[in-house]
Ligand binder design. Structure first.
Ligand SMILES: [Fe+2]
Length: 354
């Protein structure tokens, strides 16, 4: 694959903003997110999840674009239900934010933005789903991995993921290998692996459920996909295990350890990172070595691990004793067999609003 040896793609996926006025808490949360993204994460791009403007007024879209233009990285808005509040054709969105769907390529990935608000409560026109199918097929033919962005999360409680075009959408994502489907709208954070597709929803910036406002940092590199959730109030380095893939995110045998391998982490820190160490299944700690500007690596003895699930813990400390720690499970099978177990994290059975 052409991207395996190239640099990773890092993008930020903030949840719904629901901007109304600059004196509200969600505006301040959006400012916090933009400040951190500019000075800590420095991603390749920022993809907004939709519901940018609460009632789709010119003043609210001006507020959104004023914030978004502070980003140092390129940004792309999605259309949410609030962005077409009284404006079913999305004329204001188009005037302020641009085309409601589109796609671009970056380092081996094809990032595809869908507009699921062409019908109410949700749906896509024949024209758009035909374009979607063409985009995915052309990407795969070029050796690119498709990544999908859409406002509506397919597993949102209190909503039916049905409407014009959705059956065709299902047919496309079930018969092509989609790297992941990123969604907003839920206001709660959740990752679903249905055994075939990965769907990722980020807790929102405006009116969040389940915790403080947050955004997701997504790392993509060849077959590696890793996600970190950063919440308002978090401080210190942000540490992400980029390899091996977390069990929850593994779709097939490409995403499990099959022999001797490498543990890799990415660290975003304002201070210089001094030490990084890890351990597997609570065993002896081992040191990571620097591997590039902000990545660290250590051997992973996958050829000596038993078939099944294992735990990797990693800790990093910066020169001012700021510490970050993460832990995640990964799968091992040296015979290279794996079928994903459908699961979600976190399990949500009821919510207050969304
Ligand atoms: Fe929303």
């Amino acid at each position: 694959m052409p991207d395996a040896a190239s640099a990773p793609v890092v993008f930020v996926w903030p949840g719904d903003l629901h901007l109304e006025t600059a004196d509200r808490e969600n505006y301040r949360a959006a400012e916090w997110m933009i400040e951190e993204v500019n000075h800590l994460i420095r991603p390749d791009f920022v993809q907004f999840a939709g519901d940018n403007a609460q009632h789709a007024t010119a003043e609210q879209f001006a507020l959104f674009m004023g914030l978004a233009r502070r980003l140092h990285a390129p940004f792309y808005p999605l259309v949410g239900d609030h962005d077409v509040h009284h404006d079913p054709r999305g004329e204001a969105f188009r005037a302020w934010c641009g085309e409601p769907y589109g796609a671009f390529s970056l380092r081996g990935f094809r990032f595809i933005r869908l507009n699921t608000m062409e019908f109410r409560p949700l749906g896509m026109s024949d024209e758009q789903v035909a374009w979607f199918r063409y985009e995915v097929d052309r990407a795969v033919a070029r050796g690119e991995r498709p990544v999908v962005f859409q406002h509506h999360y397919p597993y949102q409680i209190w909503e039916s993921f049905e409407g014009p075009g959705i059956d065709t959408w299902r047919q496309i994502v079930q018969t092509r290998r989609i790297t992941a489907i990123f969604a907003g709208h839920t206001h709660y954070g959740q990752i679903a692996n249905d055994g075939r597709n990965l769907c990722v929803a980020t807790r929102s910036i405006g009116d969040p459920e389940g915790g403080p406002p947050s955004y997701t940092v997504c790392y993509l590199h060849g077959d590696d996909l890793a996600l970190a959730c950063r919440s308002q109030g978090d401080h210190g380095p942000l540490l992400l295990i980029t390899h091996p893939r977390r069990t929850l995110l593994a779709q097939d045998a490409r995403h499990i350890v099959q022999g001797a391998d490498v543990c890799r982490v990415r660290i975003w820190a304002e201070q210089a990172v001094q030490t990084v160490r890890g351990r597997i299944d609570g065993g002896e700690w081992f040191d990571f070595s620097p591997d590039g500007a902000c990545e660290w690596a250590a051997p992973l003895p996958g050829d000596r691990l038993a078939k099944g699930e294992h735990q990797l813990e990693v800790e990093a400390a910066d020169v001012q004793a700021g510490v970050a720690a993460v832990s995640q499970n990964f799968m091992v099978d040296r015979s290279g067999r794996y079928t994903a177990v459908p699961q979600v994290d976190v399990l949500v059975k009821e919510t207050r609003f969304c």
